[in-house]
Design a binder for this molecule. Sequence first.
Ligand code: GAR
Length: 194
Amino acid sequence: MKNIVVLISGSGSNMAAIVRRAQSERWSERLGVRVAAVISNKADAKGLVFAQENGIATAVLDHKAYPSREAFDAALMQEIDRHAPALVVLAGFMRILTPGFVAHYAGRLLNIHPSLLPAFPGLHTHERAIEAGCKFAGATVHEVTAELDHGPILAQAVVPVLPDDTPDVLAARVLTQEHRIYPQAVADFLQRQG
Ligand code: GAR
């Protein structure tokens, strides 16, 4: 059985969408894949409860307990590697990763970013899209490489930016699409991996 490890920092709705899709499409039988663990850098991440309720192992590593980014990433790698993952999925994991971490998971590390990359890497994507007068916004699933929010694009979804949109309203519209494209991109990626 191939293992997926999902990293979250907050509500974990993308993680939940992937778990639900794995359940409804019987990934373990069809693809030989399961979500083995959900790891958060925040103890109060809501997604941890969903994972536990769905029988998935969880772990919390508080980045504030480590003296450096390198030390945190080393501990995180150790925790992830207990599950020997075929794929590591970043799902709202709000940490900048060290080059060593990215290199260790090269070719098996995916992220979803709430913009139409390469536009608006980084934070506050919806606010920036509205301020720039964009007529469309969206989300991007990409392979993670050393440069933040870059890397080969695997899937995108486009939504309109409407005249009265606030960042929160636009974020909700984009998030609905994230829940559609991320599980699909994960399944496609694993099928290509064979
Ligand atoms: C999602 O919109 C995701 O694209 C974004 O955080 C949200 C997490 O929601 N990720 C980033 O901004 C990464 N730079 P979720 O916890 O409900 O999946």
